[in-house]
Design a protein around this ligand. Structure first.
Ligand SMILES: NC(=O)C1=CN([C@@H]2O[C@H](COP(=O)(O)OP(=O)(O)OC[C@H]3O[C@@H](n4cnc5c(N)ncnc54)[C@H](O)[C@@H]3O)[C@@H](O)[C@H]2O)[C@H](O)CC1
Length: 486
């Protein structure tokens, strides 16, 4: 599990050390770590000594880190060049650079091979006007790409996309969420001794082993009912394929059984693809969790199919994932009955669906909510989860999984290749599968299951993309390959 903290929390963690006059020691540790990563980057591209490294240096401590790092690099024989972007530079850092034999110029030298972005860190307020960065120059951001909001991942004007971000003290939320995560490139944390002063993380991310623990292979004495039975209510005359995609993904994730409830033609398609599915028109059976919504449509029949599933879940206290059409159909009363029956509920909207859901079910949150969902997806998912008392899995370039108590997991596996019709249906099947398994229960368990599904879905997407462009029907096979370890 990886943990990330807001910039505000990291600054608060620094405070006792700054009060104890440890500021320069912290900065030198940070700069030392940054210089070490720059050396690695240089080595991967050619010789270290003699190469020109330029740092854009802002007026604050972020610039101070960059100056100290240049001073350390100068001692490795690097031609270390500072380019100030403001009226002043960190005094001690500048002094260190000068003593080490580095230089200060007013423009990026043509022969620069690597650029350190040390303009703005956690103290940034809004954007800036960057100089033109010559093509082919590697970019290493100091703590954060300048202009990325450390608390939110919102990207302001002027952000230079980094190949690598070396971040100090702790991962920042803004480096693992949304556009900020994209701007940061690879992220390498450097320990500067803040751990004892950091509280609870703002967000966390499941790693491979955490996710695979949710989708664990069967134990030697498992039988099909103990491995989990997922009920699927998806697909319609208009969108029959959705039913197949949900069932295929659920089966690929290694469940004991998939039970399909839907019209005959759709059931026929499901059975042709997967004869092992138990299909019928109603919800009777042995389902231990339900996935409802993909391709249901919005007519009376869709509404009544969803109602049947909700009632089955209320009666049995079963977990339920609501996706796609179900997000436009579910009522506040149904959510409240599900909660009252102790059912785990996961909603899986993308940004547009979340905004519509909030408009419809939580009108008092609706004002400005579309802007919030764009700028700060973590806050948007959290607010919805809290007010509806369900887990919200918000799909996007970063998948945000928020629990009603605020616990939030963010997953960045997979890329834009997954933005193709039907992949959301596959994700719904995986969330349903995670819910149907007897796994860890208790606080946090539901949000972890949702995040594990997001991890598997994203990782499968990346696997599928490695063979070239793909459609959603390829995803289930990729899921199997990820779970098989190849
Ligand atoms: N505190 C420590 O000892 C350590 C800090 N580290 C590094 O310091 C930065 C945070 O430093 P801080 O000085 O607080 O903020 P910044 O350097 O990010 O910038 C402040 C500076 O910039 C001006 N400013 C803010 N926004 C803009 C803008 N949009 N355009 C132009 N100028 C702007 C502001 O007025 C200030 O003058 C942290 O990220 C670390 O890199 C180390 O971790 C070591 C310990």
């Amino acid at each position: 599990m990886l943990n990330a903290y807001t910039g505000t929390a990291v600054r608060a963690a620094e405070k006792p050390l700054l009060d104890a006059a440890q500021g320069e020691a912290l900065m030198r540790r940070a700069a030392w770590g940054l210089a070490a990563w720059v050396v690695r980057e240089l080595r991967s591209r050619g010789p270290v000594a003699g190469s020109t490294v330029v740092a854009l240096v802002g007026t604050g401590n972020n610039g101070g880190d960059a100056l100290w790092a240049l001073a350390f690099l100068r001692r490795r024989g690097v031609d270390a060049v500072a380019v100030p972007t403001g009226e002043r530079m960190h005094e001690a850092g500048l002094d260190a650079l000068r003593r080490a034999g580095g230089r200060v110029t007013d423009r990026i030298p043509d022969n620069a091979v690597l650029l350190v972005d040390g303009v703005l860190g956690t103290g940034a307020r809004g954007g800036w006007e960057p100089p033109r960065v010559p093509k082919g120059v590697a970019v290493v951001a100091c703590d954060l790409p300048s202009g990325v909001g450390a608390d939110t991942g919102e990207v302001a004007r002027g952000v230079i996309l980094a190949d690598l971000t070396v971040t100090f003290g702790a991962l920042k939320t803004g480096l693992v969420v949304g556009a900020g995560a994209h701007a940061a490139g690879r992220v390498e944390p450097v320990d500067i001794g803040l751990s004892p002063y950091l509280g609870e993380p703002d967000v966390s991310s499941l790693e491979r082993d955490d996710a695979l623990a949710v989708f664990a292979p069967p134990a030697w004495d498992d039988h099909k009912y103990r491995r989990g039975v997922l009920g699927v209510c998806a697909g319609s005359e208009q969108y029959p394929g959705a039913a197949v995609l949900v069932c295929s993904s659920a089966l690929a994730s290694g469940l004991g059984m998939v039970q399909y409830a839907g019209p005959q033609r759709t059931a026929g398609l499901v059975l042709t693809a997967h004869p092992e599915v138990v299909a019928g028109t109603g919800v009777e059976g042995k389902a231990q969790a339900w996935a409802a919504g993909p391709g249901l449509g919005s007519d009376d029949e869709a509404r009544s199919r969803l109602t049947e599933v909700v009632e089955a879940c209320v009666d049995g206290g079963l977990p339920l994932v609501l996706d796609a059409s179900a997000l436009g159909l579910v009522t506040l009363d149904q959510l409240s009955r599900l909660r009252g029956a102790g059912c785990e509920v996961v909603l899986t909207p993308h940004q547009g669906e979340l905004v519509k859901l909030v408009d419809r079910l939580v009108p008092h949150l609706a004002d400005g909510f579309a802007d919030l969902a764009k700028a700060d997806p973590v806050a948007a998912a959290r607010r919805t989860a809290e007010v509806l008392a369900v887990v919200v899995l918000l799909k996007g370039s970063t998948t945000v999984c928020a629990a009603p108590d605020g616990r939030t997991l963010v997953q960045n596996e997979g890329g834009a290749e997954l933005a193709t019709a039907g992949t959301g249906d596959c994700l719904a099947g995986l969330v349903g599968s995670a819910l149907a398994r007897s796994g860890p229960n208790g606080p946090g368990a539901t949000v972890e299951k949702a995040a594990a599904a997001a991890w598997l879905h994203g990782t499968a997407g990346t696997r599928a993309a490695s063979d070239g462009p793909f459609g959603a029907s390829t995803v289930p096979d990729a899921i199997r390959r990820v779970l098989a370890g190849h």
